[in-house]
Design a protein around this ligand. Structure first.
Ligand code: DQA
Length: 146
């Protein structure tokens, strides 16, 4: 069985740290990656951590994860609320998929209540800020029985 955890990040998450810190906190994506890498390494698992602003690239990363990952954590950013292509790609997954958001989209603008990721995910973690990534790593490895 593959021992690589994929953590995929969608649009604008490369701007964490300075992007609406009152909503998303002050940790950068590099800070978050470093924290996740430590947790994953301690379990003897490899980490593939990616960010893209492009919808098609995110779909390709999900397809790669479908072939190679033991579990996937996905913060799809705004594509969560718009992308049927992403939903269809997630339907390919046979391993656990954790949907992740720093904020709690359900408590924000009404356009964020449309969600194409959650129906194709195993579980969701929302509203814990950067700590949600650590929670998601623990949860994903648990679901992958690692
Ligand atoms: C987000 C929530 C989305 O609604 C938003 O478009 C993002 C970030 C989050 O992590 O809270 O870009 O996914």
């Amino acid at each position: 069985m593959s021992k690589t955890l994929y953590i995929l990040n969608g649009p604008n998450l490369n701007r964490l740290g300075t992007r609406e810190p009152e909503v998303y906190g002050t940790a950068t994506l590099a800070d978050i990656e470093a924290d996740c890498a430590k947790l994953v390494q301690a379990k003897g698992v490899a980490l593939k951590f990616c960010q893209t602003n492009a919808e098609g690239e995110l779909v390709s990363q999900v397809q790669e994860a479908a072939d190679k990952a033991c579990a996937v954590i996905l913060n799809a950013g705004a594509y969560t609320h718009t992308s049927i292509a992403l939903h269809d790609a997630l339907r390919l997954m046979e391993v656990p998929v954790i949907e992740l958001h720093l904020s709690n989209p359900a408590a924000r603008e009404s356009f964020r209540s449309t969600n194409y990721v959650a129906p194709a995910a195993t579980a969701s973690i929302c509203g814990f800020g950067a700590m949600g990534y650590e929670m998601a790593v623990t949860a994903a490895l648990h679901l992958a029985k690692i």
